[in-house]
Write a protein that binds this ligand. Structure first.
Ligand SMILES: [Zn+2]
Length: 346
């Protein structure tokens, strides 16, 4: 199944069916269901009796193998950390791609977040062997930005001249992180964030109480909004927003204390969105992520020093660049929130 907002993409893609591109790059915001779409597309290409609109039948041997995760002409290549999403159901996939960060530090060895060269080598072996069912062979690679440099380079030649009948479906939320040589070998297929009303209706159908608010926080991406609704860190997110709303009275040490168990990237994401809205407020635009906190944002924007805010935003961006490094989260948070407080007293 694809998501309701993807039917247009599906139909337009089927027009390529007669001349299917050897490598397709499906890209767009995280949390809009690209992985599930790619998996469904793969099933449609492998199905032995597809419907006229390219929908897989769900009943032929190919469809049965696919749904059991063992079609011999199908490969899903994902980083070890996301291995659980490789089976035919990428449902919560994109939302949890971010969450994979959350388990860090609990185990002695963290599963890799990269697609490694060994995985690409195994894939090239798969491409070198003929089709088992006499049809296409399909590869879903997710997320393409997880290819490390060696792996990407190993893949290049095959992407350029794929063996006959091999089709690559590359999925990416960060095309800016892909090697240009990878991008240039793919047919690009941008996928957009669904219209707000459509996404809200879908969230409501999933039992979410406040779809509009969560959707705003998730930048319009419905699966990310759903993940927020089910987020076990809900209370801490509210705590953080209350601290940010307190502006100069933000308690940096309480933030360090309360948030220290959370992954740094998660908190940085909240902070960045808040700053984005603060800046929007200063330039008389509507808050994008936290419309529910419009009053507090207006108050904070009034008292923040513009130059200090600009400097602080740069600091946070720099922190994002090193967010996956093992740092003492408590100290990182204390420093960040002390910095935040300082934009009001400059
Ligand atoms: Zn079928």
């Amino acid at each position: 199944m694809i998501y309701p907002w993807q039917t247009d993409d599906w139909q337009r893609l089927q027009q390529l069916r007669a001349h299917w591109p050897p490598a397709l790059l499906l890209h767009g915001e995280a949390g809009i269901g690209k992985l599930r779409f790619a998996q469904h597309l793969a099933q449609g290409l492998l199905c032995e009796t597809p419907a006229a609109n390219g929908e897989p039948c769900g009943a032929c041997p190919a469809c049965l193998w696919f749904s059991q995760g063992n079609h011999p002409d199908y490969r899903a290549v994902l980083p070890e950390a996301l291995a659980g999403l490789a089976a035919g159901n990428g449902d919560a996939a994109e939302a949890s791609a971010d969450k994979a960060d959350g388990d860090e530090g609990k185990k002695t060895r963290t599963p890799s977040k990269e697609i490694k060269i060994e995985q690409v080598r195994a894939l090239l072996d798969f491409c070198g062997v003929g089709s088992h069912r006499g049809g296409m062979r399909v590869v879903v690679l997710y997320p393409a930005e997880a290819l490390n440099v060696a792996a990407a380079n190993a893949l290049l030649k095959t992407l350029e001249e794929p063996p006959s009948g091999v089709v690559f479906l590359m999925v990416s939320a960060r095309v800016d992180r892909l090697l240009p040589t990878i991008i240039s070998r793919c047919r690009q297929w941008p996928m957009s964030v669904p219209p707000q009303n459509e996404a809200s209706a879908w969230l409501a159908s999933q039992g979410v109480d406040n779809p509009a608010e969560l959707l705003a926080q998730a930048g319009g991406a419905p699966l990310a909004a759903l993940a927020l609704a089910n987020d076990e860190n809900h209370a801490l997110r509210d705590f953080t927003l209350a601290q940010l709303a307190a502006g100069p009275n933000c308690d940096a040490f309480a933030c360090g204390e309360n948030l220290q168990k959370l992954p740094v990237p998660l908190v940085l994401g909240w902070l960045q969105r808040w700053l984005y809205d603060l800046l929007a407020e200063r330039t008389a635009r509507r808050p994008r992520y936290f419309p529910g906190a419009a009053k507090a944002l207006a108050r904070c924007a009034q008292s923040a020093d513009p130059a200090a805010l600009a400097r602080y935003m740069k600091t946070v961006t720099r922190q994002r660049a090193v967010e996956n490094h093992p740092l003492n989260a408590r100290l990182v948070f204390e420093e960040l929130f002390i910095g935040y407080r300082a934009i009001y007293t400059a």
